[in-house]
Design a protein around this ligand. Structure first.
Ligand SMILES: [Cu+2]
Length: 624
């Protein structure tokens, strides 16, 4: 038949011209009893493990991601930082883009890996993320993508090593772990009427241990800025056995917590000695890329590797002009990729994740271990020399930290990344003309653990509403979509400024995250925001803004509040119509309602493919 040769030709053309492949990936979610830090409790496993298996794909691949829910509760899965260009129905947010997947149900997410870089997937229902429902995603850049490494070296051999390291990164997921489930955690917040901000350990790739410091060690480890608070407004109080800050009106926005309802498990400490994650590195490679992903519920640790500086080269997936630092603070949901040169004496070096925040003095650890000698300085596998002298070049002593247990530099010549000084590698500054400005007021909403982004109302997180009502994507004019300040409408192809203003008396930085396409972080400051537009504010305080070289990110940190209001300004281009959430990525804050919904591009509203049913119901076999 005549069409056979034609078919053969078209297959050949497809193979030689298109590198995009369809990547099928399926995960099964189930509860099991595990002890990732030596303490047994139920954990959500993804294909039998937590973190779940890594999804490693090439840029422009088509992804078909099947979720089989074997939990006894509903769930969706969200792809953090994936822009979901033209696939807003695969964003995984109940109430916005789908109904949660019921127990025994399945849902097939389909999206295109339009952007290279490090991302992750996680639960987006209540706080299931805290129970272990997450895993890494790495999208290898397409072959024509320029690489940023010439800032690190001009030596072709080194550049080749860096390129190899980038292609085979060590994916490092940092999470925090509580000895109660996320549902129990929220119940404790309710019962104590307190903002509960402590965990029992910090895990690196799912492994950690419970550390208990003596009070003397706590005093020594506490970073100076927080020491000043204990010498000031918190004078006369001290942290708990596990380093948790006291629940006083000072830390609870002037509310008084019902401490009799606070279980010992939240603030006590029983040390464990479970195994830590070990990253084996081969010094013959010259360099290794650590792609850090923060899946923490609460903690914002400073990451460092003893005796090894790090070149930060990508942030939230995108390349930046590489910057050499000794450590960096990573907030909830963020990703930082760093290049590390393997030129030290072969041995084991501690990787530290030390929380830097008033909430808790807590650290997690892992090890980077050289698998052999033969590194940059010519070390070889050692042993006893012919004359009996010890010629073993392997490092025998513990490695030297650059940061304290409290996440503070050991000495003034240790450098911590200042993320506001990072420059985009491929700069495409935002529009200077803006169509809409929204001022979002971040505050507590009637309780220390309830939050709002519109100044008064918590975003409704009640599961019953998600189960019964049509998601906003499916019905953008429903009753749910009429709450004026919690559901914000934008027109397609317009530029939007969002100003997040915080008036908390004493509050942590809030790592805000907007779903779909990235936003430019154009400014932040301390003081009252009394402007109607960024343009007006920039005339008054030009030093607070960067319109020329802002980073494009999917996470943006509000400045910490300590007695004065703070604000953060981001700018984004509406290019992907759909229903997308903006929220704080501290999980108890999200559960407490610190969120708003955007109906982006209401004038070009997408038509959801029929395979997802009428309301993204998540029934069996969707899309198959
Ligand atoms: Cu927050």
């Amino acid at each position: 038949m005549a069409f056979f040769p034609l078919l053969a030709i078209s297959v050949i053309l497809f193979d030689s011209w298109s590198y995009a492949a369809t990547q099928q990936f399926s995960i099964e979610l189930a509860w099991a009893t595990r002890a990732p830090d030596g303490f047994e409790r139920p954990q959500i496993l993804v294909n039998g493990q937590s973190p779940g298996p890594a999804l490693v794909i090439d840029q422009y691949d088509e992804v078909e991601f099947l979720v089989c829910n074997k939990l006894n509760e509903s769930t969706p899965v969200h792809f953090h930082g994936i822009e979901q260009l033209n696939t807003p129905w695969s964003d995984g947010v109940p109430g916005l883009s789908q109904k949660p997947i019921p127990p025994q149900g399945e849902f097939l997410y389909k999206w295109t890996a339009t952007e290279y870089g490090t991302y992750w997937y996680h639960g987006h229902y209540r706080s299931q993320l805290n129970d272990g429902l997450f895993g890494p995603i790495y999208v290898r850049p397409c072959a024509t993508q320029a690489m940023p490494f010439s800032k690190i070296s001009s030596d072709p051999g080194v550049l080749a090593s860096l390129a190899r390291a980038e292609e085979n990164p060590q994916l490092v997921t940092i999470s925090d772990w509580s000895h109660v489930t996320s549902a129990e955690y929220l119940q404790i917040e309710n019962a104590t009427n307190a903002d509960v901000y402590c965990t029992n350990s910090i895990l690196i790739n799912g492994k950690g241990r419970v550390d208990c410091l003596t009070e003397a060690q706590q005093h020594q480890a506490l970073a100076p800025p927080f020491q000043a608070l204990f010498d000031g407004p918190l004078q006369g109080t001290w942290m708990s056995e596990n380093g948790c800050s006291p629940f006083t009106p000072v830390t609870q926005a002037n509310y008084t917590a019902n401490l009799s309802a606070l279980p010992e498990i939240i603030t006590g400490c029983q040390a464990t000695n479970s195994p830590l994650q070990e990253f084996d590195v081969d010094p013959r490679d010259g360099w290794v890329s650590f792609n850090f992903i923060s899946a923490t519920a609460i903690q914002a640790p400073v990451l460092s590797i003893d005796e090894h500086p790090m070149w930060v080269y990508a942030v939230d997936g995108r390349y930046v002009v590489p910057q050499k630092v000794d450590g960096l603070q990573i907030f909830n949901g963020e990703r930082y990729s760093v290049m590390v040169q393997l030129n030290k004496r072969p041995g084991s070096y501690t990787i530290r994740a030390s929380n830097f925040g008033l909430n808790q003095l807590i650290s997690g650890f892992a090890t980077m271990k050289y698998t052999r000698g033969g590194g940059g300085r010519g070390w070889h596998n050692g042993g006893w020399g012919r004359n009996g002298q010890n010629r073993n070049p392997w490092k025998q002593t513990p490695s030297t930290p650059s940061f304290t247990y409290g996440g503070f530099p050991i000495s003034p010549n240790i450098t911590l990344l200042n993320e506001t000084l990072l420059l985009p590698f491929e700069n495409a500054p935002p529009s200077r003309r803006v169509d809409q400005t929204h001022i979002l007021r971040l505050a507590r909403a009637g309780a220390p653990w309830k939050w709002t982004l519109d100044g008064t109302t918590s975003y409704p997180m009640q599961p019953v509403e998600f189960a019964e009502n049509a998601p906003l994507l499916y019905n953008p004019t429903s009753i749910d979509a009429q709450t004026p300040n919690l559901v914000i409408r934008t027109q397609n192809n317009t530029w939007i400024d969002l100003i997040i203003v915080s008036t908390e008396p004493l509050g942590p930085p809030h790592p805000m995250h907007k779903h779909s396409n990235k936003a430019y972080v154009i400014g932040s400051g301390v003081g009252v925001w009394n402007h109607t537009t960024v343009e007006e504010a920039a005339l008054a305080q030009p030093q607070a803004f960067n319109f020329e070289t802002p980073l494009l990110r999917d996470g943006y940190i509000t400045p910490a509040a300590a007695g004065a209001p703070t604000w953060l300004a981001i700018r984004y281009h509406v290019v992907n119509p759909g229903a997308f959430m903006l929220h704080c990525h501290i999980q108890p804050h999200l559960a407490g309602g610190m969120a708003v919904a955007f109906l982006d591009g209401v004038d070009a509203w997408p038509v959801v493919p029929g395979e997802y049913g009428k309301n993204g119901g998540g029934g069996n076999g969707i899309g198959r």
